[in-house]
Design a protein around this ligand. Structure first.
Ligand code: SAJ
Length: 406
């Protein structure tokens, strides 16, 4: 039996995937609400294909529990927050999960850590924890790091098709875990050592962060001198070896806006391009706020209550608001003691911020300037609803004439 620890954005789909491919799985979460919801057949977040996967996992006999199980394979996918000041990863949840596993596991159990950790976390924090508990790694328990790569919005497909990395102390254990993941994963599975696996995960997200920062910097340069950044990127990308990403209102989510800081925190004198890139991305919500002021001035709008932000999530067509640029922008606006911006997001049903609407029609009626912060399909497909409004489109998704951009 496989005990998946932590039933969040990564743990839940992974547990469901294993169970729907014929493996015996118990999903454990310390949050009783989560466990009870899942037992009742309710999902805890929206994701394309997840309801069907859930159904097939239930048919496969998946069990949800708040207890850690006595078994020989654990997959730990608990959060790894980072300290905003030191920029270092906080491994406390992983450590707590490993401690709890040690209390119940069978001799020779394999503990697979899927949570993102900064390079060296296993050596610095997890190994000593296990050794101090009197266990010999490689005999009493085995450690593996198998970072995930799935993207919210396309998780189920990517779980099935992405290549994966398995970091292990020995080839034998690496191969054993590879076999486990190969029960559902159709991509190539590479076996390496733990430190390399830790580093690859963080580097992958850093690559994307740096490249988004480059696009954001170009947007600022082009704005400064009246050039069209989108046209420039479009033409540059026709070069066979150039592939520039899209500028936007900032970088959210729990990965690209977080993981690269681990490298800055651990290697402050070395990770310079990364440091600057993260600052550039983090500065984008303020850049958008300045653009809002400019557009308001140009159109003689004096009241923030006539301005609406479309989108609260960190990207299109997901319901995840973690580190979202819109939330960052609202925070910044509050710091400037200027309040009143209206907000709407079709994916966010509960009230999260002041002046939040739950009806697109009412939201549009009450504003003169709409700022597209997220390019949800809803607004791409119903652009006609925006006719007559002043539109500031930070995502380059609206094609109505007169739309102003980043
Ligand atoms: N964004 C831009 N411009 C772009 C692309 C993205 O501004 O051209 C913004 C998005 O709007 C969003 C943020 O960046 O706010 C991040 O979105 P994303 O879709 O690029 O990535 P995530 O955070 O949803 O998922 C990433 C993925 N990593 C990579 O693509 C290298 C995913 O594969 C990882 O599994 C995930 O991080 C993770 O858990 O680490």
């Amino acid at each position: 039996m496989i005990n998946v620890i932590g039933l969040g954005y990564i743990g839940l789909p992974t547990a469901l995937m294993l169970a729907s491919h014929g493996l015996k799985v118990t999903g454990t979460d310390i949050n009783l609400n989560v466990v009870e919801k899942l037992r009742k057949g309710e999902l805890t977040f929206q994701e394309k294909g997840l309801p069907e996967l859930f159904q097939s996992a239930v048919e496969g006999g998946i069990i949800f529990s708040a207890e850690y199980q006595k078994t020989d394979v654990y997959i730990v996918s608990v959060p790894t927050p980072y300290d905003k000041f030191s920029k270092k990863v906080d491994p406390q949840y992983v450590i707590r999960a490993v401690r709890a596993v040690l209390e119940v596991c069978e001799k020779g159990a394999v503990i697979v850590i899927e949570s993102t950790v900064s390079p060296g976390t296993t050596d610095r924090h997890i190994r000593p924890e296990i050794e101090n508990a009197g266990f010999e790694i490689g005999r009493d328990v085995h450690l593996v790091h198998a970072p995930e790569r799935i993207i919210p919005g396309n998780m189920v497909h990517e779980l099935l098709h992405n290549n994966r990395t398995i970091g292990a102390d020995s080839q034998e254990i690496g191969e054993k875990v590879k076999k486990l993941y190969a029960s559902f994963c159709e991509g190539e599975i590479v076996v390496t050592d733990i430190r390399t696996a830790e580093m690859t995960k963080v580097v992958e997200n850093t690559f994307r962060a740096v490249n988004i920062a480059f696009a954001n910097e170009l947007a600022k340069i082009c704005r400064h001198d009246g050039m069209d950044v989108y046209e420039i990127i479009r033409i540059c990308n026709m070069h066979p070896r150039v592939n520039i990403l899209n500028p936007g209102p900032g970088v959210g989510g729990h990965c690209i806006s977080v993981d690269p800081w681990f490298l800055v925190g651990d290697y402050p004198g070395l990770a310079k391009v990364i440091d600057e890139s993260m600052k550039t991305n983090d500065g984008m919500p303020d850049f958008v706020l300045n653009r809002i002021y400019e557009v308001m001035r140009e159109n003689s709008i004096t009241d923030f209550e006539r301005v609406g932000l479309y989108g609260l999530t960190y990207k299109e067509n997901v319901d995840d608001c973690r580190e979202s640029p819109t939330l960052q922008l609202l925070e910044s606006q509050a710091r400037h003691l200027a309040k009143g911006l209206k907000v709407y997001d079709p994916y966010v049903k509960k009230d999260m911020v002041e002046n939040q609407y739950h009806n697109l029609g009412a939201f549009i009626t009450d504003i003169d300037l709409i700022v597209i912060m997220v390019g949800h399909s809803e607004i791409r497909e119903h652009q006609d609803l925006l006719a007559g409004k002043i539109i500031l489109d930070t995502r380059h998704v609206i094609s109505l004439p007169g739309t102003v951009r980043l």
